[in-house]
Ligand binder design. Sequence first.
Ligand SMILES: [Zn+2]
Length: 397
Amino acid sequence: MRRINLKKASVARVDTIRNINRQIVLNYVRERAPISRAEIAHETDLQRSTVSLIVDELKERDLVEEIEGESTGGRPPLLLRLRAAGPVAIGVDLAATKTVVAASDLAGHVLEQEEFPTDPSAEKVLDQIVSCVRKLIRKNRRSIEGIGISLPGIVDSVTGDARYVPFFRWRDWAVGQQLSAAVGLPVTVDNDANVAALAELWFGRPEVREVRDFIMVLVEEGLGTGIVFDGQVYHGEGGAAGEFGHMTIGTRAPVACASGSRECWEAFASERAALARYTKSSRSRKARQISFAQVIDRALAGEALARAVLGETAYYLGVGISNLIKGLSPQAVIVGGQIARAWPLIVEGLKNTVEENSLCRGLDTTRVIPSLLGEHPRLMGALSLVLASKFTSVETA
Ligand SMILES: [Zn+2]
């Protein structure tokens, strides 16, 4: 059994087992498609008739569809896969510089997307999100079932309130309720590092999907962490868990963290920290307008300064990661954000730092790996808020 959300489980009823079996079958289709009913029955030890009954229900609920497989002589076998037709989820990635609104199908493929610069006024941002979402809903009548939002701050994912977004100094913004009231769809909101962790859990590489305990370290303007324990994102009281970006790892960092301190991990290992190092050491005045993506491009192209800057940033990344490993001993630490693109350049230094700093623990160290979700771990995460809930709670009709 995998990734079943125990918080949502009610006391054992007659149909509880059927719900669990339904989730198992759906998740077999999700991860092993195209797969036949017989293969699912064989792998799960469920009776063939039970599998067929469940598949019929899943088809009726538009979650799976049947396609013809390759014929080996006789009638071609019928194989199952997730329903590919049409968008079912909208994801909103609200970040410091821009906001992306996108629609995806059940398998997380982005079908349409729009973006705009993020306005410092929460009200204006909400208006823009509402108009993008309404457009998507109009175009895809009734097929969209929910909206997920990723925010760079502390979010109460139960109420959907942004409790504090440091970059914009937004406090207690009921963004989930307001968007839901405006567009008439359920809205789920979570912190950006948490949703990136969720995306990794559901849409990451196969070897990560088998991992039950890991920490996502999302390096961006700031630095956030998402903790996954036993296949679930750990939120903590009021959604404030995972603020390791503000653990103290030194003094006199190159920049201040979002809350103004120069001692926090974020102040040493975020994109802003790397950029500050670059502009400080560069003799060129143009360096002041450079973006972090450009620093990575230059490093990949062989520029010594850019490489040194990434190396130093990776060192501090490693110091923080080794602290997380000592405290939480996860199976893996995944590094996400643009810096993952420079992995071949930073991996050795990063791993050496982690190992040196973890030696006193006396245990082999945890795997540290880059995210493969590419440039959009937060958008994938926002979509996962809607999609993952479909895979974990298939209620009886
Ligand atoms: Zn801080």
